[in-house]
Write a protein that binds this ligand. Structure first.
Ligand code: FE2
Ligand code: FE2
Length: 286
């Protein structure tokens, strides 16, 4: 059994499949009708994943998880050490064709590098999913991956499987069910508590080291209701709107191309050693 499987619901497929589900759902050119149909025909495992996510991501859950993790009290690690740690999340069901976590990071960053994207963006591509170490800290998959959305205000219809919010206890707090909820109009996303997951955690770990554009990519790459549907614009400020395009730039590289050549770590390592030395201290807090 992989370490991931040991802490997950037997119904759940491996974590990588959630990302593929998201990306398949949002494939370019898909019509709204196809989008809905995809949800309706989703596997029971996917529906169950979102049921758990939508029922449990409450304001109090999010505040408690932010307190537990955003202080970065889980020790110092280099970027390579964090990546090696994440890489212990291995899907044992199909080891020949699935990418490891590290291979996914390298595929993302290497695709950026081939396109001559700036070095800060290549670094961002490499670290973007390191927040999935939350699974190794014992967090359930529904609390680590999947779409993110604001808590403490009305849920958008553009969140996948909105019907599952019917069992979320925040439904019974009238303040949380208003358009702005606990927020001010156009307060900016920095003031908004997002459902807890790997985006928010990697943002906290990286916020002192990467430029604002990179931090938007990290913090909101799973905030599909906003970056794909334009929902929650009433909570965004000018800085958010100016940086939205960076999330779109990022997302086209966050791919799982299986069955293709796997990145050669030994060959690539010297480049990444230099890259990490440029942006990060030898070790950083996690
Ligand atoms: Fe991700
Ligand atoms: Fe990813």
């Amino acid at each position: 059994m992989s370490q991931l499987a040991a802490t997950s619901n037997p119904l759940d497929p491996e974590m990588e499949q959630w990302d593929e589900f998201l990306q398949g759902r949002y494939r370019e050119g898909k019509t709204e009708e196809e989008f809905r149909q995809y949800d309706a025909t989703a596997t029971p495992g996917v529906a169950e994943f979102y049921r758990l996510n939508h029922e449990n991501q409450t304001v109090s859950y999010v505040l408690a998880k932010e307190k537990e993790y955003f202080g970065l009290t889980r020790g110092q690690k280099s970027i390579w050490q964090a990546a090696d740690f994440l890489n212990t999340l291995v899907d044992d069901s199909d080891p020949d064709t699935d990418l490891t976590q590290l291979e996914h990071l390298l595929q993302t960053s290497e695709a950026m590098r081939r396109d001559n994207r700036p070095r800060w963006m290549v670094a961002t591509g490499f670290v973007h999913d390191l927040g999935k170490v939350l699974c190794l800290y014992g967090e359930p998959q529904w609390g680590v991956v999947g779409d993110t959305f604001p808590v403490g205000c009305a849920w958008s219809k553009d969140i996948v499987f909105p019907e599952y919010f019917a069992q979320n206890p925040d439904l019974h707090n009238p303040l949380y069910q208003t358009k702005y909820g606990i927020y001010e109009p156009n307060c900016g996303l920095d003031a908004v508590h997002m459902s807890f997951g790997h985006d928010g955690y990697i943002y906290e770990a990286m916020k002192n080291y990467l430029p604002t554009s990179a931090l938007y990519m990290l913090r909101y790459h799973s905030f599909y209701p906003w970056h794909k549907h334009g929902a929650y614009t009433h909570l965004t400020n000018e800085q958010d709107q100016q940086n939205l395009h960076w999330i779109h730039e990022f997302n086209q590289y966050d791919l799982y191309s299986k069955g293709h050549t796997k990145p050669n770590l030994a060959e690539l390592k010297p480049y990444y050693d230099d890259l990490f030395a440029e942006f990060f201290p030898t070790t950083l807090a996690w």
